[in-house]
Design a binder for this molecule. Sequence first.
Ligand SMILES: O=C(O)c1ccccc1NCC(=O)[C@H](O)[C@H](O)COP(=O)(O)O
Length: 211
Amino acid sequence: MSTRVKICGVTRVEDARMAWAAGTDALGLNFYPRSPRYVTPEVAAALARTRPALGAVVGVFVNESPDIIRARVRDCGLTSVQLHGDEPPEACAGYGVPVIKALRVRGPEDVEKARTYVGAGDVATLLLDGAAPGYGGGGVGFDWSLVARLADAGVPVLVAGGLNPDNVREAVRATRPYGVDVASGVEISPGVKDADAVRAFVRAVKTLAWE
Ligand SMILES: O=C(O)c1ccccc1NCC(=O)[C@H](O)[C@H](O)COP(=O)(O)O
C-alpha cells in the first residue's frame, strides 16, 4: 500500500504546481486568519485550479463558522475540509465534502479524544498533529507510538507534526499511516515551499515499501 502525502500551507501557484509534479496527493490551503500561511479566497481558488485529476485540495479551518466554511468549499474548489481547532464532533458535518478532524496530541488522552470523532458527522479521516502553539504548522511532533491506539478504530489516520524529509520514513515505519502531512518541514519561510525539500519529502514516502 502506498502512503499518501499532503503538503500543507501552500500559498503560491508555482509551489502548488511544483508539489503536484513532485507527486503529492493533496494540498492544504490555510483559511485560519492568524496563520502565516493564510490565503484569501481568491488566492485559494487560483491554487485549487492547479489540481490534477486525482488530486485533493483540503481547506484548513480553525474554529471557523459553518457558513464561512461552506462558502469556501463552494467558491474555492475544496474537495475536503480539515477542522484543526476545538470543533466538537457535532460540528463535523454539513459542508458537502469529507471532513478531516485534526487533534493535537500531548498524550494518550488526546488519542482517546480522537476516538470520539470516529463515525461523527462526515469525519472520514483523523489527523494527529503535535501540540504546536497557534494550533498547527509549528514543527512540533508527538509520540508516534500513540498512533497504534487507533489501529482498531477503522478510520484512516494522517500523521503530522514536525515531519521533514529526514524523519518522514521513520514516521511511516513507526505508524503505518493512511498518509502524512507537512507544512514547516518543507519550507524556506512560512508559506514559501522549498522545491528540493518537497521533492525529497514525497520521494522519501513514495519509495518506502510496506512489508
Ligand atoms: O500551518 C499552519 O500555519 C496552521 C495554523 C493553524 C492550524 C493549522 C495549521 N496547519 C495545519 C497542518 O495540517 C500542518 O501541516 C500541521 O499542523 C503540521 O505542521 P508542521 O509541524 O509545520 O509540519
